[in-house]
Design a protein around this ligand. Structure first.
Ligand SMILES: O=C(O)CCC(=O)C(=O)O
Length: 256
């Protein structure tokens, strides 16, 4: 039996300095293939459960609890992680003479979407295909987690980035309840020169904080899908304000 990945002090220092960390080989090639085959099976459709598919689909639960993923997350948040949400983010290539395929997610900080008390939210974004700037890979602003939550506006360019508006029921840790408007947040006045494209090979992952500015653009390759699985965690003891994802799952053990 092999041992799960343990991050080095240097990797943890990089995460703290830059607000993100790329870690190779979180998943084996077989683990990625098993998930992709599962996703192609029409029977998986009935297992979908919005942002909580890890609660209804064991293949999603497997990735969200994976020792290399949840174990590294526990090192980075310095405590036991609770799974808040899971997403499979598949962007098709640009086909049939079109310039753009599947749309990206406009530049944001995850706290825009998932306010928590205290703010211990973090993500692991796992590449399920080779990803880079051309096929809609992840972009980050290194060091941006050291600034405040930035002001945003609604993204309206639906060719490059998804565009939507929705309301969510909210509840604070002290019992206050309200409804809040969420939309495809785009950070105001972002300097394009601060954005860095990441090249993340299949099976590798990017850990990033909830304050790290990140996002992606549309897939402009003609033949390469951009596939990614993202899991968001909070440290045990944190409160998630959005009611639709308040049923969090504690990950207690990280052995392979
Ligand atoms: O996969 C993408 O393009 C963006 C993902 C993202 O914003 C996230 O996982 O928080």
């Amino acid at each position: 039996m092999s041992s799960p990945i343990t991050l080095t002090g240097d990797q943890i220092a990089q995460y703290e300095a830059n607000g993100y960390l790329v870690v190779p080989d979180l998943l084996t090639s077989d683990e990625v293939s098993t998930f992709l085959t599962h996703e192609q099976d029409p029977a998986t459709e009935k297992l979908r459960n919005g942002l909580s598919t890890h609660l209804t689909d064991s293949a999603w639960d497997y990735l969200a609890r994976h020792p290399n993923v949840a174990g590294a997350a526990s090192q980075l948040i310095d405590g036991a992680p609770r799974i808040v949400q899971t997403m499979y983010l598949a962007k098709a290539p640009a086909k049939d003479g079109k310039k753009k395929g599947g749309a990206g997610v406009a530049m944001h900080q995850d706290t825009h979407y998932l306010p928590t008390e205290p703010n211990t939210l973090m993500a692991c974004w796992i590449a399920m295909s080779d990803t880079d700037a051309e096929n809609g890979g992840l972009w980050v602003v290194p060091g941006s987690h050291k600034t405040n939550l930035r002001d945003t506006h609604l993204n309206r360019d639906s060719e490059e980035h998804a565009s939507w508006v929705t309301d969510h029921d909210m509840k604070s840790a002290d019992g206050r309840e309200w409804t809040q408007k969420f939309y495809s947040f785009t950070i105001d006045g972002i300097d394009q020169e601060d954005l860095v494209p990441l090249t993340v090979p299949r099976g590798a992952g990017v850990f990033f904080t909830s304050m790290t500015i990140h996002g992606s653009y549309a897939n402009s390759s003609q033949d390469r899908a951009r596939l990614a699985f993202a899991v968001h965690y909070v440290r045990d003891g944190s409160w998630v304000q959005r009611r639709d994802v308040q049923e969090t799952t504690l990950v207690e053990s990280y052995s392979l």
